[in-house]
Design a protein around this ligand. Structure first.
Ligand SMILES: Nc1nc2c([nH]c(=O)n2[C@H]2C[C@H](O)[C@@H](COP(=O)(O)OP(=O)(O)OP(=O)(O)O)O2)c(=O)[nH]1
Length: 250
């Protein structure tokens, strides 16, 4: 049977959006509440170890693993255990990190990007990322879509909220999923993503996060949904719940 996969978009397409250069270190750029923290860095076994202080008090330390800041985000939002950094205090409940995910679905096809770097590199995904300080979740979704694919949504509606729990990271990730059906501009390859159209019947689930085959069908049916997903070692899905809703409350 002939493959129905559509070709990669040409690399030469001009990408209209040029994001400004980062002004803070990567470990701290993504967490809205890290401004009150200072960080001293040292290299440990080839990785950067950050030790965070606030008001002269050591809060703890974290490393970036697989493109993801492991414990600093958790400490930075102020709800994790803020002990002496030796890890001897019991952790309290940690509020989730907020992220966005925009899926462009137009007619019978969906635009996915091959993630080129960072968390989830090597997977096809929608476009999105962390909500930055001072922006709403919606604004973050528009910004990330533009930064990663070069297009601007004409309209966008929230369709789902997915919470990811990891046994190797105390902080859950709460991902707000949006649908874009119409946009301006042309999708183009960016530093983070290589976009490509797929027919709805041929979504490359074998090259996507393990939770995706569970909730994408609801997304494609136009439903609203909320899910919780539990991962072992970041990538192995262990269990989940998924609820289709009449309305989303957040
Ligand atoms: N489809 C799918 N998407 C996921 C899962 N987990 C997960 O974080 N995502 C999405 C949410 C975000 O859109 C994206 C991760 O965000 P990111 O780390 O690239 O954020 P960012 O662009 O701000 O990153 P950076 O600038 O710090 O590198 O992956 C998942 O299990 N399935």
């Amino acid at each position: 049977m002939p493959s129905t996969t559509l070709p990669l978009l040409p690399h030469s397409l001009p990408c209209l959006y040029h994001p400004p250069p980062p002004t803070t270190s990567k470990l701290f750029s993504s967490s809205p509440t890290t401004r009150s923290l200072t960080c001293s860095t040292q290299e440990v076994r080839g990785r950067v170890l950050c030790t965070a202080h606030s008001g002269g008090r050591k809060l703890g330390a974290g490393m970036e693993v697989d493109g993801r800041d492991m414990s600093l985000g958790a400490m930075a939002n102020g709800t994790a255990a803020a002990g002496d950094g030796d890890g001897d205090e019991k952790q309290k409940q940690i509020s989730p990190k907020l992220l966005t995910l925009v899926i462009v679905k137009k007619g019978e096809k969906v635009l996915l990007g091959m993630k080129k770097r960072g968390f989830g590199a090597g997977y096809f995904n929608g476009f999105g990322g962390k909500v930055e300080a001072g922006e709403t979740i919606y604004e973050a979704a528009v910004r990330e879509l533009q930064e990663e694919s070069g297009i601007v949504p004409v309209s966008m509606e929230k369709r789902g909220i997915l919470t990811f729990h990891f046994d190797d990271n105390p902080q859950p990730w709460e991902v707000h999923v949006y649908h874009v059906g119409d946009y301006t501009g042309e999708p183009c390859e960016t530093e983070e993503m290589a976009p490509r159209w797929f027919p709805l019947a041929d979504i490359p689930y074998d090259k996507m996060w393990q939770d995706d085959p569970i909730w994408y069908p609801e997304f494609i049916r136009g439903r609203l949904f909320k899910g919780e997903f539990y991962f072992h070692n970041t990538h192995t899905l262990v269990s989940h719940t998924l609820h289709v809703l009449q309305k989303l409350d957040a």
